[in-house]
Design a protein around this ligand. Structure first.
Ligand code: SF4
Length: 586
């Protein structure tokens, strides 16, 4: 075949599949380079910031000394974190387990990536003594997905959150964040850590301010809370230390200001006290607490954009520079670091955002929320953000924080958690295939083979959510035959292709087509899938959409719990009372 252009098969050496007989040889990504700054990476569009020439090796503790090509710790030093072990050349059981789970990485590669700061193993020593199964986050490994859970002051309970945790893990969450702001925060956190095989992250400022005003937050409370949560076994902390006093001036022209809870609370604290962010000034003390238990940082982006109009602005970029500085300071203290990112970003700006972080944070793993690529589809933000997340992962993000259909409008319930997890598994997996991570495409190829053979049983067994796919198939046609209800017998191109292949290979004259196989009876789960279809009829959607308006609106056209109408304590009381009314009306 001769083409008038060259095929950009830059990654023909990283085909992401062990399949020998596929017709597409490889991804168009860069060839793999585990051990360098571009482990699995997309080619840079012209104008993108180049990778940093530095790694965590350039930010060693002051009392370590270089001896030849190796670094030596002070006499009597006992490594505490995975990073410190890696710096000493040690392979921990957690690193062994990560290599086993990733498949394409050796234990030595895992250790070296951890030492370079490009891979983290969020594994609190306390949680490691429980059910935690160590995993890793970094661009040399497969893309990971986080699910945010947690009770709010108006919805859910500890038992419900533990149930949602199991459900999220069932649907592929690699880590879970407990973002509880209501109920018994301490009990919920402990219950989730005890029940979880995946790392648990928290935003500790939430429990620092329960029952008090943010203005009263002091250094003692910050360190005490962090120590308590570290002792409980939390694996990573989101700490919004990058929001500085001098950044706040950039926020005033934004369409939606500060949308991070932690960022907005700390901004309020700084304005009230006229002082620098206490998380920033306390950074080294915070590192000391975290190193003791090997809690990893997820350095929060308190100034992330809350809408497309505020993306990649001065506030966000100024904070990103500070996140780079905080990364270097944490590495000097031996603490593992990942960095959080936006949020809401137009599609064309995503690659720049990923590559700017890669430069400023020297390859520390990037953990992004979405990002949403459009703001006008509330109710469908698991889709708007999944598109952005796929781009983000292809261009460098290592972990994707899921977004559910309830984003911006309410607390996710169980089915929302599933929808969010599935959407983000799609994003993460698509990026892994595109990046050419070895073996990532194997299951896709197996399903393609099952489809080509019209082997429905195999197709559904290999599917990520086979129950769902089977239920949809059987809704129209409860026999496994050589076509489905989409095109029917005469138009089934796969069946016709099979015939062509059989003809081309010289069909056995004795060939007899087998009878169609009647599908097994639907399982209860599959029946539930079918019963749920269309459950929210358009009439019900309208009823739900209007019930709030019917019970809450006052004469002034604002909800009676709106802060413009009543004082804060009254607003809370009205909210509680109204929620009961709403529940009763369900
Ligand atoms: S009927 Fe259409 S959709 Fe169904 S298997 Fe055949 S080609 Fe595919």
């Amino acid at each position: 075949m001769s083409l008038p252009f060259a095929l950009p098969l830059r990654g023909a050496s990283n085909p992401s599949s062990n399949t020998a007989n596929a017709t597409t040889p490889g991804s168009f990504a860069n060839p793999p380079n585990v051990g360098g700054p571009l482990a699995y990476s997309s080619p840079d569009t012209p104008g993108m910031p180049p990778p940093s020439g530095k790694t965590a090796w350039d930010f060693m503790p002051k009392d370590w000394r270089k001896e030849g090509s190796r670094w030596a710790a002070p006499v009597g030093f006992v490594p505490r974190t995975q990073l410190e072990h890696a710096r000493l050349g040690l392979i921990t059981p957690a690193m062994e387990r990560v290599a086993q789970r990733e498949g394409h990485l050796t234990p030595a590669q895992v250790r070296d990536e951890v030492a370079a700061g490009r891979l983290i193993i969020p594994a609190n020593k306390v949680h490691l003594q429980k059910a935690l199964d160590p995993m890793a986050i970094g661009r040399a490994s497969r893309t990971k997905v986080n699910a945010n859970l947690g009770a709010s002051p108006v919805s859910s309970s500890t038992d419900e959150e533990v149930e949602k945790l199991r459900w999220a893990v069932r649907w592929g969450a690699d880590t879970v964040m407990d973002l509880s702001t209501g109920g018994n925060l301490d009990a919920t956190r402990a219950a989730m850590i005890n029940a979880s095989t995946v790392p648990i992250g928290t935003v500790p400022i939430y429990s620092m301010i329960v029952g008090r005003k943010i203005e009263t937050l002091d250094e003692e409370t910050i360190l005490k809370t962090l120590r308590h949560q570290a002792q409980q076994g939390v694996d990573y902390f989101t700490i919004h230390a990058g929001v500085l006093q001098e950044h706040l001036v950039h926020v005033k022209d934004r369409l939606i200001g500060i949308v991070s809870r932690g960022g907005s609370l700390l901004a309020k604290w700084m304005i009230h006290h006229g002082k620098q962010n206490p998380m920033y000034t306390l950074w080294e003390d915070i590192c000391d607490v975290m190193a003791e238990y090997d809690v990893s940082f997820s350095i929060g982006d308190g100034l992330r954009p809350g809408g497309l109009a505020d993306a990649t602005d001065a506030a966000q970029l100024a904070e990103l520079c500070t996140l780079g500085e905080l990364t270097e300071r944490a590495w000097r203290k031996g603490v593992q670091v990942m960095v959080e990112g936006p949020g809401h970003v137009p599609l064309d700006q995503i690659e720049f955002n990923m590559k700017a972080q890669r430069t400023l944070c020297h390859g520390a793993p990037f953990y992004v929320l979405g990002p949403l690529v459009t703001d006008m589809f509330p109710g469908y933000d698991h889709i708007t953000s999944c598109i952005g997340a796929t781009f983000a992962a292809y261009h460098g993000a290592s972990m994707l924080c899921y977004v559910t259909p309830k984003e911006h409008v309410g607390l996710p319930h169980k089915d929302d958690v599933k929808q969010g997890c599935v959407a983000y598994k799609i994003a993460a997996h698509s990026a892994d295939v595109a990046l050419g991570i070895p073996g990532a495409r194997n299951q896709d190829d197996a399903i393609t083979r099952a489809r080509a053979a019209l082997n429905w049983k195999a197709q559904f067994e290999l599917a990520f959510d086979g129950e769902y796919a089977r239920a949809l198939h059987d809704e129209d046609l409860d026999v496994d035959t050589d076509f489905c209800a989409m095109c029917g017998h005469d138009w089934c191109s796969v069946r016709i292709s099979k015939d062509i292949q059989a003809f081309a290979s010289g069909k056995d004259p004795a060939f007899v087509r087998g009878d169609a196989v009647k599908s097994d009876a639907l399982t209860p789960e599959q029946r539930a899938v079918l019963e749920a279809r269309g459950n929210l009829s358009q009439e019900e959607i309208l009823r739900l959409a209007h019930k709030t308006r019917a019970v809450v609106v006052d004469g002034a056209g604002k909800a009676v719990c709106h802060s413009d109408v009543v004082a804060e304590p009254d607003a809370r009381a009205v909210q509680q009372a109204r929620l009961k009314v709403l529940d009763a009306g369900m």
